[in-house]
Design a protein around this ligand. Structure first.
Ligand code: MGD
Ligand code: MGD
Ligand code: SF4
Ligand code: MO
Length: 708
C-alpha cells in the first residue's frame, strides 16, 4: 500500500515519461500549467532517485516547448494552425482515398514503445478493425525485438526481466552485456553497487569502458558484433572445465547435445581472434560466473541490435541453461527493456505479428478470441505485416499513407536519409506528437497530443510490472489525447463504437482481450494498481486463477517466472544451437573502422523531447565521435576537431572526443541528434532474419578530418 500520510493533497504520485525503469515521482501543479517534480519514496524500484531527464521532464509541458494546435500543410507548402475538425477530416479523407485507390494495405501505422498500454492497444485495434490494414509496426522493433525472439524461442515466453530488480543484489554474479545503465537508467545502478557490496561480482561486456564498465570487477571489451562468439567461447570453457550442471540440463532443458556440439566448435583461441578478448579473460569470466550458487546474464541493446541479435542472445541464454542459471531463485537471463512502455507496448497489438495479450496473429484460436472481444469476424482480421524498417522502406511505393504515433524515425531509423526520402514520397503523412519532431515537420497534418502528466494510463516496466500513471494537471486548450484522436478518426471512418476515450474503459477491454494469453492482464484493474505498487503479469482474473481452494481470491501477480517450469509445451527450456557469423558489414580497405552507436545520459532517444530542455542541452549539447588516441593520431585529429564519418549510406560530421576508453578499431556516436551529426545517416539496415532488428550497433566506416 502506498503511504498517503504526509502527502500534499495537490500532489499526485505517478511515473516518469521516459525510460523503462518507470521511476516513481510526485507531481505538484505550479503556475503556468506545468508541474513540479519531486521525490516519491514509496516506489521501491527507484526509492525517490531520479536522473536528470526525469527531474526536468516538466519543462516539456510548458506551452513554449510543445505543440498546442493542430497544423495542416497549406497550399504554399507551410504548416499552418488549423482546428481539430479540419485536421481530423483531412486525415480521414486522405486515408479513405488511399484505401479506395490502392487497398487497405496501402495504409501504414507506425507506433511507439512510449505509448501507454491503452494507446498501444487502441492503435493496434484501429489499424486492424478501422483501417483493415496489416501494415502496422512500431519503434520497439528497433529496441528489444531480438531479446524477445530469443526469449520466446528458449523459454516459450518473453518478459524483459523474469524477476524483479530487487533480486540483483542478492545473486552471486551478473554479466551485463552491452548495457550501460550508468547512463541509460542511472537510479538502477545502485542494484549493481549493492551486488558488489554483498560480495557478488559484476562483469561488463562492452567495446567501450563506460561509466558502468568502470564499476565492474571484470570488463571485457569485444569488437562490436562479436558477442555471439564470446558467449560460445565461454560455453566451450564451461564444457571443457566440467562446469555443466548435468542434473539441471537433464531435468529442465531440451536440445543440449546440438548446442554443446556447436559451442565445442568455438575454441577459446579462435574466439580470442574474433573478439579481441583474451583467453585468460574468458577463463576469468567463466570462473566468476560459475563460482557462486546463483548468477544472471542481462543484455541490452549492445548484443541485441545486430543482424544476428536473436542468435547472439540465444548464445547467452545457452550459457545460462548449461550452468543451471535460469528458472531458479536469484538466477536467470533477462533483457533490460528500454522505453517507458517498451514491455507493454509489445504485448497489446502494435507489433506487425501480434494481437493483444502477446497472442500471435497467425494463431486461429487467438484470432477468434480477440475478434470476439472486438465484435468482428475473425476472418476480417488481416495477417502479419512488414517489420518497422521494411515498412519505412515501402513508403511511397506499396504503402502510400502513414499515421505515426509516438516515434521520430527521421532521427532514429537506420539509413535515416533514405527513410526521410521515403517519408517525403508518401501521398499523405499524419503525425501525432507532443512536439514538432523532425518527422512531424514532414507531415501533411500534425496533431498535438497530451502528455504524461496530463493523462491517465498504464505502462509495463522492464520488470513486467504494470503501473498506473495518473493525470496530475489539465492539459492546455488545443491539445487532445491519443485516444481521442483514434476515437475521432474511427468515427469519421464509419466505426462509431469501440474506441472509448476514457483510458480505464480501454483497459477493461484490454483485460478481456488479454485473458488467457501469455501476457494475461485480466486480473489487474485500475483500483488495484492505485493501491499496489504495480502488479507483475501474468495476472489472470480470479475465476481463471491458480488457487483452487479459493477461486475468488485475486491472483497475486507473478514477480518471478519459470521457477517451476518454463512456458514451453513440455515445460523445458530449449537450447538452440547457434554459430558465430560475421557482421553484415565487416571493415575493408575503403571502410576500415567499425562504427557503433548508443546513448548519453542527458538525452533521450531521437531527442525530440529532451533537446527542448535547457538543462539537458547544456549537459549534452550535440553529437560527437568518440575515438581512441591511436586512431586520432593516425588521422591527425585533436580533441574537438570536426570529423567526417562515412559509410556506404552517407556521411555525418561531428567533433572528435578522444578517449582511451574505446577500442582503437571502433568509433562511437550517440544517435540523439538530427542534421549533419545524425548517426543514423550511417547505420546499416541489415535485418536479423528472425526479429527483423536492424544492425544499429555495427557498420563499417571511414573517418576523415574535415578541412574547411
Ligand atoms: N539517457 C538515456 N537513457 C535511455 C535512453 C536514451 O535514449 N537516453 N533510451 C532508453 C531506451 S529506449 C533503451 S533501448 C535503453 C538502452 O540502454 P542501453 O542498451 O544501455 O544503451 P546503448 O547506449 O544503446 O547501448 C549500451 C552499450 O552497448 C555498447 N555496445 C555497442 N556495440 C556493442 C556490441 O557489439 N556488443 C556489446 N556487448 N556492446 C556494444 C555501447 O558501447 C553502449 O555502452 O536506454 C533507455 N534509457
Ligand atoms: N543508431 C541508433 N539508432 C537507434 C538506436 C540505437 O541504439 N542506435 N536505438 C533504437 C531504439 S532502442 C529505440 S527505442 C528507438 C527510439 O526512437 P524514436 O522512436 O524516435 O523515439 P523517441 O525519440 O522517444 O520518439 C518518440 C516520439 O513520440 C513523441 N511522444 C512521446 N510521448 C508520446 C505520446 O504519448 N503520444 C504521442 N503521439 N507521441 C508521443 C515524442 O515527442 C517523440 O517525438 O531508436 C532506435 N534508434
Ligand atoms: S532513469 Fe528513466 S524512468 Fe528514471 S528518471 Fe531517468 S528517464 Fe525517468
Ligand atoms: Mo529502445
Amino acid at each position: 500500500m502506498q503511504s498517503t500520510g504526509t502527502r500534499n493533497p495537490a500532489t499526485t504520485p505517478t511515473h516518469c515519461p521516459y525510460c523503462a525503469l518507470q521511476c516513481g515521482m510526485n507531481l505538484t501543479p505550479v503556475e503556468g500549467g506545468t508541474v513540479e517534480v519531486s521525490e516519491r519514496a514509496d516506489f521501491p524500484v527507484n526509492r525517490g532517485a531520479l536522473c536528470g531527464k526525469g527531474r526536468t521532464a516538466a519543462a516539456v509541458l510548458a506551452p513554449g516547448a510543445r505543440l498546442t494546435s493542430p497544423l495542416v500543410r497549406s497550399g504554399d507548402g507551410a504548416l499552418v494552425p488549423a482546428g481539430w475538425d479540419e485536421a481530423l477530416d483531412r486525415i480521414a479523407g486522405n486515408l479513405e482515398r488511399t484505401r479506395a485507390r490502392y487497398g487497405a494495405d496501402a495504409l501504414g501505422v507506425f507506433g511507439g514503445g512510449g505509448l501507454t498500454n491503452e494507446k498501444a492497444y487502441a492503435l493496434g485495434k484501429f489499424a486492424r478493425v478501422v483501417l483493415g490494414t496489416s501494415q502496422i509496426d512500431y519503434n520497439g522493433r528497433f529496441c528489444m525485438s531480438s531479446a524477445a525472439a530469443a526469449g520466446t524461442r528458449a523459454f516459450g515466453l518473453d518478459r524483459g526481466l523474469p524477476f524483479p530488480l530487487e533480486d540483483v543484489p542478492r545473486t552471486g554474479c551478473v554479466i551485463l552485456v552491452g548495457s550501460n545503465p550508468a547512463e541509460t537508467m542511472p537510479p538502477s545502478l545502485r542494484y549493481f553497487t549493492e551486488l558488489r557490496e554483498n560480495g557478488g561480482t559484476l562483469i561488463v561486456v562492452d567495446p567501450r569502458r563506460t561509466k558502468t564498465a568502470e564499476q565492474a570487477d571484470l570488463h571485457l571489451a569485444p569488437r562490436p558484433g562479436t558477442d555471439l562468439a564470446l558467449a560460445l567461447g565461454m560455453l566451450h570453457l564451461v564444457v571443457a572445465e566440467g562446469r555443466v550442471d548435468e542434473p539441471y540440463v537433464e531435468e529442465r532443458t531440451s536440445g543440449w547435445e546440438e548446442a554443446r556440439a556447436a559451442a565445442m566448435a568455438h575454441w577459446p583461441e579462435h574466439v580470442e581472434r574474433i573478439t579481441g578478448v583474451s583467453v585468460p579473460e574468458l577463463r576469468e569470466a567463466v570462473r566468476l560466473f560459475c563460482a557462486p550458487e546463483a548468477a544472471m546474464v542481462l543484455t541490452a541493446r549492445g548484443p541485441e541490435q545486430q543482424a544476428k541479435g536473436t542468435d547472439t542472445v540465444g548464445a547467452w541464454i545457452n550459457l545460462c541453461l548449461a550452468t543451471g542459471r535460469a528458472g531458479r531463485p536469484l538466477s536467470g537471463y533477462g533483457c533490460l527493456t528500454g522505453q517507458g512502455n517498451g514491455q507493454g507496448g509489445r504485448e497489446h497489438g502494435q507489433k506487425a505479428d501480434q494481437l493483444p495479450g502477446y497472442r500471435k496473429l497467425t494463431d486461429g484460436a487467438a484470432r477468434r478470441h480477440v475478434a470476439e472481444v472486438w465484435g468482428v469476424d475473425p476472418d476480417s482480421l488481416p495477417g502479419p505485416g512488414r517489420s518497422a524498417y521494411e515498412l519505412l522502406d515501402a513508403l511511397g511505393t506499396d504503402v502510400r499513407s502513414l499515421l505515426v504515433m509516438g516515434s521520430n524515425p527521421v532521427v532514429s531509423a537506420p539509413r535515416a536519409a533514405h527513410v526521410e526520402e521515403r517519408l517525403r514520397s508518401l501521398d499523405f503523412l499524419a503525425v501525432c506528437d507532443v512536439v514538432l519532431s523532425e518527422t512531424a515537420e514532414l507531415a501533411d497534418v500534425v496533431l498535438p497530443v497530451t502528455q504524461w502528466a496530463e493523462e491517465t494510463g498504464t505502462t509495463t516496466s522492464l520488470e513486467g510490472r504494470v503501473l498506473l500513471r495518473r493525470r496530475a494537471i489539465t492539459p492546455p486548450d488545443g491539445v487532445r489525447g491519443d485516444l481521442e484522436v483514434l476515437h475521432g478518426l474511427a468515427g469519421r471512418l464509419g466505426v462509431e463504437k469501440g474506441f472509448p476515450t476514457d483510458p480505464e474503459e480501454v483497459f477493461e477491454e484490454l483485460r478481456r482481450a488479454s485473458a488467457g494469453g501469455p501476457a494475461d492482464y485480466s486480473g489487474i484493474d485500475y483500483r488495484r494498481l492505485a493501491e499496489e505498487n504495480g502488479v507483475f503479469w501474468p495476472c489472470p482474473a480470479p475465476t481463471g486463477g491458480d488457487d483452487t481452494r479459493n477461486p475468488t481470491a485475486p491472483h497475486p501477480g507473478t514477480p518471478r517466472l519459470f521457477l517451476d517450469r518454463f512456458a514451453t509445451d513440455d515445460g523445458r527450456a530449449r537450447f538452440v544451437p547457434v554459430a558465430h557469423r560475421p557482421s553484415a558489414e565487416e571493415p575493408d580497405d575503403e571502410y576500415p573502422v567499425l562504427l557503433t552507436t548508443g546513448r548519453v545520459v542527458a538525452q533521450y532517444q531521437s531527442g525530440a523531447q529532451t533537446r527542448r530542455v535547457a538543462e539537458l542541452n547544456a549537459a549534452a549539447p550535440g553529437p560527437f565521435v568518440e575515438l581512441h588516441p591511436r586512431l586520432a593520431a593516425r588521422l591527425g585529429a585533436a580533441e574537438g576537431d570536426p570529423l567526417a564519418v562515412v559509410s556506404r549510406r552517407g556521411r555525418a560530421v561531428a567533433p572528435a572526443r578522444i578517449t582511451t576508453g574505446i577500442r582503437p578499431d571502433t568509433v562511437f556516436m550517440p544517435f540523439h541528434w538530427p542534421g549533419e551529426g545524425r548517426a543514423n545517416t550511417l547505420t546499416n539496415p541489415a535485418l536479423d532474419p528472425t526479429s527483423r532488428m536492424p544492425e544499429f550497433k555495427v557498420c563499417a566506416v571511414r573517418v576523415e578530418t574535415v578541412t574547411s
